[in-house]
Design a protein around this ligand. Structure first.
Ligand code: FAD
Length: 278
């Protein structure tokens, strides 16, 4: 890890961390990326592993999508992430694609971002000189733009273990069942107190704005209320209002907004039913 950071620092801004290569190599082949040097992260042990640590789940940046799917801590403490990994690309890509690669590439349609936003994740950025934690929501600033500096690596990603009586879900709308770029995606996490009132609500949207985003106003509507049809419908309406989609070959902006409301409502109903019947 020290050597990789030294190489990045020496060659910044021309050095490029290379993880699974499923974005970077494709970009280079079509001439959209003029990288002069690559720093291969493939065998760095410091970027691997999934563990529970001080009330958090911590995953190495080099964790692959396939590894997410196999790990019991992800199944137990990150249901929306597990559901997203299950519909990510195809098995070959899942074996190479890494979590850090997905987040640093910062496509508006990055499928791991909405579930990690719904989990309230933070990312750890390290250089030779410093280590800093940044909330994922702040990390992604625009289309393929993040706060990462050329001499930094994303070492890990962490989130607090969801509380008892919590539930979450993710859904991706694609034009086919596998290997599809998201037309849109959404993830939710909710938790209730013993009286059934919502004490935590996070709603995250993908492919609906220049970057994956949280629908804060929609979340606020649910806070402190029982998770019932009226509040859920209003939260879904506000989530669709927060979306700023474009029209492209995969769908019009209007279509995306309408479907967002339906999907967010269904996910919130699904999560509230999971809370009622754990
Ligand atoms: C056929 C195909 C299907 C795909 N399907 C999907 C899909 O369904 N959903 C989806 O979201 N994406 C999809 N992708 C895109 C891609 O697979 C993912 O974004 C993947 O997670 C990228 O990870 P990687 O390890 O391959 O990144 P790389 O290509 O190695 O790197 C991507 C970027 O991240 C940087 N980087 C990587 N690791 C680090 C690190 N630890 N620290 C700092 N910078 C780092 C690299 O320098 C580069 O800028 C698909 C790609 C292909 C080719």
């Amino acid at each position: 890890m020290g050597e990789a950071l030294a190489q990045l620092s020496e060659h910044a801004p021309q050095g490029n961390p290379l993880a699974g290569g499923t974005n970077l190599v494709v970009e280079m082949r079509v001439g959209r990326h003029q990288g002069k040097s690559m720093v291969d992260l493939g065998r760095l042990k410091e970027l691997r592993g999934i563990q529970a640590q001080n009330g958090h789940i911590v995953i190495g940046g080099g964790t692959t999508v396939s590894e997410l799917l196999k790990h019991p801590l992800i199944a137990d403490h990150a249901v929306p992430l597990c559901q997203s990994a299950a519909v990510f690309a195809n098995p070959l890509i899942r074996n190479r694609a890494t979590v850090a690669g997905n987040l640093v590439d910062a496509s508006p349609a990055a499928d791991l971002a909405p579930p990690l936003l719904a989990l309230g994740a933070e990312v750890e950025l390290v250089s030779r000189e410093h280590t800093r934690w940044v909330s994922l929501d702040e990390f992604m600033v625009g289309v393929r733009k993040t706060l990462i500096q050329p001499d930094e690596l994303m070492r890990s990603i962490r989130w607090s273990k969801p509380p008892k009586r919590s539930a979450g879900a993710f859904y991706k709308v694609g034009l086919r069942k596998a290997d599809a770029i998201s037309v849109l995606s959404a993830a939710v996490m909710v938790a209730c107190d013993t009286s059934g009132r919502c004490k935590l609500a996070r709603i995250a949207l993908g492919a609906l704005a220049p970057r994956p985003l949280r629908a804060y106003e929609a979340e606020d509507v649910l806070q402190g209320q029982p998770l019932q049809a009226e509040g859920i419908a209003e939260a879904a309406r506000l989530a669709a209002e927060a979306a700023r989609p474009i029209s492209d070959i995969r769908g019009t902006a209007e279509y995306r907004k309408r479907v967002t409301e339906v999907i967010v409502r269904r996910l919130l109903v699904q999560a509230s039913e999971a809370l009622e019947h754990p």
